[in-house]
Design a protein around this ligand. Structure first.
Ligand code: PLP
Length: 451
């Protein structure tokens, strides 16, 4: 139960901090968790309580909360060139080196990188790039963006319009021209008697129909997360991208992979698109890019889009877009170190070692009577709570059951993310076997308390 002292941290947070993406009944009941420090995969609150963060912060703190190497990279850069932009013919040496590195580790043979401060801004930037590009190439009517229901691409007006969450209607979004296909979640969206292959074919047909209805020459791009993250960790149905990509290619529609969550190892490959065997035209990156130590995003353009955008910019002598902190040298220095670390044999080896244990832990908990399915890929997974396992009937209310599970987890000293009717886990890449076992034991105790 929550602190009643008006001078408590919880009361002070209520007084002057506006809560975003927060279940307000939970706050009223329990107060916010105010975090003061972290060590390894744990955070510590103002009361000295430790929590194992099974969500790596917000999917990003994959190298832990007190990583000395990253902090030293930041400190060294703060001591040398603590800030700068990437415009007017100037940029930091760190930005030059990071762009080289990102193209080197990307699936692309060549390309160029544009920096933002967040994943949302990277998606906004991408859309503006495409609008600019198609306009410059004599097709200014190609402005529509296709995404999927339940997708998450951010919160700015454009990226929220790409996002396929019903809550955006409270803002009067999506804006016109943002189209959403069915979420490719076979377990929930498949029809009675429909095989997974038939479901995937139906998803492809739905895309074909949408393109025919709207007109291929009005569509700027198709943007997808390899595994939907904030939609509740939803891997695509079998063969989804192999079905979608040829349709897009036939109509000259770029395929963009939003890898803000999936990039840099989360799905067990360097990039989510590699886990699912498709080659995008551009990648959206953020989060693990700086292992959570600096707000930064990037649009990584593959060779074709990069050449086309360069030509379009040269034609008007400028690409008129960017943020004050684009290519911030401290962010770039941290990103260079973070990439070196997440792509090291040590971290990749640990991810590969943890994945089978993670899958086994999820499968064990999925046997509980009120868990309808577990799903996931690599080190991201979700347990879907259902009132009735056989009929897949959800619990009444939208957030209540997963909120109750997440709160029970908090009581156990575990941070888990409630998303819709599911509980999501995306642990840090540095977890030990003991910490992984602790995560599942605590989650099991929480589930047993709620069900
Ligand atoms: N794209 C995806 C796939 C995301 O998961 C997120 C954030 O969770 C974003 C974009 C937006 O990133 P940011 O919160 O940094 O704006």
């Amino acid at each position: 139960m929550r602190e009643t002292n008006p001078n408590s941290w919880e009361a002070r947070a209520d007084a002057h901090s506006f809560y975003g993406f927060t279940d307000l009944p939970t706050i009223a009941d329990r107060g916010a968790t105010i975090v003061t420090s972290g060590h390894g995969p744990y955070i510590t609150d103002v009361h000295g309580r430790d929590y194992l963060d099974a969500n790596s912060g917000l999917w990003n703190m994959v190298l832990g909360f007190d990583n000395k190497e990253l902090a030293e990279a930041a400190k060294a850069q703060y001591d040398t060139l603590p800030g700068y932009h990437a415009f007017f013919g100037r940029m930091s040496d760190q930005a030059v080196m990071l762009s080289e590195k990102l193209i080197e580790v990307s699936p692309f043979s060549d390309g160029k990188v544009f920096y933002t401060n967040s994943g949302s801004e990277a998606n906004d930037t991408l859309v503006k790039m495409l609008w600019f590009l198609w306009g410059a190439e004599g097709q200014p009517q190609r402005r529509k963006i296709i995404t999927r229901k339940n997708a998450y691409h951010g919160v700015t007006a454009v990226s929220a319009s790409m996002t396929g969450k019903p809550y955006n209607s409270v803002f009067g979004l999506p804006m016109d021209g943002f189209l959403h296909l069915t979420c490719p979640h076979y377990w929930r969206e498949g029809k009675d008697g429909e095989s997974e292959a038939e479901f995937t074919a139906r998803m492809g047909q739905e895309l074909e129909d949408m393109i025919a209805r709207e007109g291929a020459d009005t569509i700027a791009a198709f943007v997808a997360e390899p595994v939907m993250g904030a939609g509740g960790v939803i891997p695509p149905s079998e063969g989804y991208f192999q079905t979608i990509q040829p349709i897009l290619q036939k109509h000259g529609i770029p395929l963009i992979s939003d890898e803000v969550i999936c990039g840099f190892g989360r799905t067990g490959s360097d990039w989510g698109c590699q886990s699912y065997g498709f080659m995008p035209d551009a990648i959206i990156s953020s989060k693990v890019l700086t292992a959570g130590l600096f707000p930064m995003g990037a649009v990584i353009l593959g060779p074709e889009l990069s050449d086309r955008l360069t030509r379009a910019s040269e034609a008007i002598e400028e690409f008129p877009h960017g943020f004050t902190a684009s290519g911030h040298p401290v962010g770039c220095a941290i990103a260079l170190k973070a990439i070196e670390m997440v792509m090291s044999d040590e971290i990749k080896g640990n991810i590969a070692r943890l994945i089978p244990q993670f899958e086994a832990g999820m499968a064990r908990l999925a046997e509980k009577k009120n868990i309808g399915e577990w799903r996931g890929r690599g080190l991201m997974g979700a347990l879907e709570a259902v009132q009735d396992k056989a009929t897949k009937t959800p619990f009444p209310g939208n957030l209540s059951v997963s909120e109750r599970i997440a709160n029970a987890c908090t009581d156990q000293g575990l941070i888990c993310r409630p998303l819709g009717q599911s509980i999501v886990l995306a642990p840090p890449f540095i977890l030990t076997d003991e910490q992984l076992a602790e995560m599942f034991d605590k989650l099991e105790a929480a589930l047993d308390k709620v069900f």
